[in-house]
Ligand binder design. Structure first.
Ligand code: PFF
Length: 451
């Protein structure tokens, strides 16, 4: 058998993992989740979730991946716990599921770059969104986006993913810093910052049943946890570096980019009096162009900023889509011995087909997103926490010790066994209540288009 691939450098691994984490979740989902859930108060709960749950869980996925050195399903066989293969399987399923609609949104973004160049996206934002977000145009851009994703994954770890993300991640940060600098000069920016950065804890106290799961779901989604992606990426680690340092670097960079995106989006919206949080998933695509169109400079300034903004979103979305496809491709390659390129093409096309309903009707997209984030993701995270905490146990601590002299392993393990487990259980329970037990609002599990 030929030797399994590895990352060429440690930085390459970190950037690829950051590329996975930083995506539509930070720039598209995070701002509208924040504004729909009380602004700064949500931000505080989100930050707590990253720190208390996100970091322990990212280390748990890393420990599984590096220890097992193989795709996320076979990993459990390599760890001598073949009955636990379902843990990796839920994650891979979640990746495949998410890729299908993520690529649809990636397609919209692709279209918005072109629409900013021509100015059409800014001229009549609402009808433009209506025209490009559903139906045949959306299917076409969905196909283009997934084709680019397939192309990169087919090239493999070092020559595909590592090379691409090495350029993508720094460009995202640089471009966002430039945009945030620009946004700061807008009149009304102060109001945006206030909404985003000064928390009103009364809001959390009143609405904790919805804010808690929303913030935790956002934190886990944003760190790409529960999708077998971090297990897969860590499985390509050849050398013994500190997983603590890598996990921390990834979580910090991801949070930094999320906050940075908020510092771009909130002032833009407030400066133009566009109410944030309205319209859910479409908000950023309608509200941002509306705000851009009203910038001084006869539309041209808005177009230039629009191109840069959507280019950032595109790069971020692509580096995440790559990781979603990679988790599934690694499974086909490692478990079934299929060659990488045909696996990437075949599974990419399957993901494209699964995404067609989302491309035809945004109500399907909302349903796919909701089910992925409120059902698959928390269940997969719960399974990872139970497995690493209670089944893998000391072996996981040993794995973290490789490449690090930090003695916090046992404390980490106990946090997984107790605190993290309880919090994840609460989130799962709240989500289940939302999914299955709230008939006034309709059972979420039944897709809106079928109701
Ligand atoms: N973390 C990505 C984002 O915030 O956009 C989305 C994502 C990518 C989730 C990969 C899960 C994943 F495995």
């Amino acid at each position: 058998m030929s030797q399994r691939e590895t990352w060429a450098t440690r930085t390459g691994f970190i950037l690829a993992a950051v590329g996975s984490a930083v995506g539509l979740g930070n720039i598209w989902r995070f701002p509208f989740q924040t504004s729909a859930n009380g602004g700064a108060a949500f931000l505080v709960v989100y930050l707590a979730a990253v720190l208390l749950i996100g970091i322990p869980v990212i280390l748990a996925e890393f420990a599984i991946g590096r220890r097992a050195n193989v795709d996320a399903v076979k990993a459990f066989r390599n760890l001598d716990k073949p009955n636990w293969r379902f843990v990796g399987a839920i994650g891979i399923l979640a990746s495949f599921w998410t890729l299908s609609y993520y690529s649809v949104v990636g397609g919209w973004v692709t279209r918005y770059i072109a629409g900013s160049v021509t100015g059409n996206a800014l001229a009549a934002p609402e009808s433009y969104f209506g025209a490009v977000s559903a139906g045949v145009p959306a299917v076409i851009t969905h196909a283009i986006f997934i084709a680019v994703t397939i192309g990169i994954v087919a090239f493999g770890i070092e020559r595909g993913i590592e090379l691409a993300t090495k350029f993508m991640v720094p460009s995202i940060v640089v471009l966002l810093v430039i945009l945030a600098g620009f946004a700061a000069t807008l009149p009304g920016a102060g109001e945006g910052y206030a909404f985003f950065l000064s928390p009103d804890f009364g809001v959390v106290a009143e609405n904790w049943q919805s804010i808690l799961p929303a913030a935790f779901g956002q934190a886990l989604f944003s760190l790409s946890l529960g999708f077998s992606v971090m297990i897969t990426y860590a499985s390509y680690l050849g050398s013994d570096d500190s997983l603590y340092a890598d996990g921390l670097a990834i979580a910090i960079t991801n949070t930094f980019v999320g906050v940075l995106a908020g510092l771009v989006v909130m002032p833009l919206l407030f400066a133009q009096g566009v109410p944030p949080g309205e319209g859910g998933a479409g908000a950023v695509f309608i509200a941002i162009p509306t705000a851009l169109a009203e910038l001084p400079g006869g539309g041209l300034v808005g177009q230039v900023i629009g191109v840069v903004f959507f280019a950032v979103v595109f790069i971020a979305a692509l580096s995440s889509a790559i990781s979603l496809l990679e988790a599934v491709v690694a499974y086909a390659v490692d478990t079934f011995g299929i060659a990488r390129a045909p696996a990437a093409v075949g599974l990419g096309i399957a993901g494209f087909l699964l995404g067609i309903p989302s491309a035809l009707d945004t109500a399907w997209l909302d349903w796919f997103d909701g089910l992925g984030v409120t059902l698959f993701l928390p269940l997969a995270v719960l399974a990872v926490v139970v497995f690493v905490g209670w089944i893998m146990g000391g072996e996981a601590v040993d794995e973290l010790r490789r490449g690090s002299s930090l003695g916090v392993g046992p404390a980490w393990l106990w946090s997984l066994r107790t605190f993290v487990l309880v919090v994840v259980l609460v989130v799962v329970a709240l989500n289940f209540n939302d999914l299955f037990l709230t008939p006034e609002t309709g059972y979420y599990i039944v897709p809106a288009p079928l109701q």
